[in-house]
Design a protein around this ligand. Sequence first.
Ligand SMILES: [Zn+2]
Length: 316
Amino acid sequence: MSELELLNNYEVLKDYFVDKPKPIFDSKTIQIILLREVLDFTIFRTEESKELNTVITPTAIDNDDPVERVAFLGSKQKAVESRQLASLLRTATNDVEYDEVEECYLKDYLCLKCPRCGLFGGTSASSSNKSDSNIKHRIAYSTAYSLDSFEELQELITFNGINDKKVNTGQALGVRKSVKPASIFPSIITLRSVTWKEFIWVVKSLLSAHKYGAESRIGGNVRNNIVGIAAGWEEVITPLELTLELSKEENKVDIDNISNILEEYKGIAAHTNKIKILNSEKLGNILEETQEFELDKDFIEESYKDIEAYRKEQGE
Ligand SMILES: [Zn+2]
């Protein structure tokens, strides 16, 4: 089997991919900038307190007045997208009849052999064997903050569980705080020391993940729009900075403006010359080629073999 070739439009990022995933990371970093658009009533609450997660932040990068925002916790984004990748792997391996795959179930039966385990990391259930040591994650999440204030977003959903005939007018069995449809959460996923193949798996998982929120039966539909890519030897911007930048009165929420903001942050980086911010055309080309890319048997086989080699290196 010959080595697969880098996709044409990925050339621009080639200095930021590693050839093979390895247990020891280097500093090659790719940040995927997303606008997560909440399309219906999604409930961002903590499991314990059932409270909506909110946090006080400045109004904008140039306005220190405090404002309350809704927080979309990194752990909640990660849980959904990790499961999405696992499901994509099951489907794609079945589709091409690649059968050298072990069952991998979150969270208790991780195989530590698949591209999901390779990227998201995992701990072996039976760690008596040295080669069963843990895999460190190379994909990182952090909390995303709503663009609009909690006050603007807050709505009370009134719902009742009884069938219509029995309900008295005005009777409400439950009132919950939720988030209004089409609220925007600027968000960032940071990849470190990943291969271009892993990048494909991540982008396809992001674009196909739609169900979020504490109680999926009550909606939780989200669309992930990829609106920027910043690559370098370090992280260029954090999600809170991005939300605060986009909250400046003169700043519009569009791809060109986001790429301008990233260029500004390049100016305060440690390795300015190593940073590459994609413009809207290059970003569009990368996304299009990724969306059209077929997950064929060679690609899948190489993706699995890469993790096998990683584990071998770790065991030695
Ligand atoms: Zn696995």
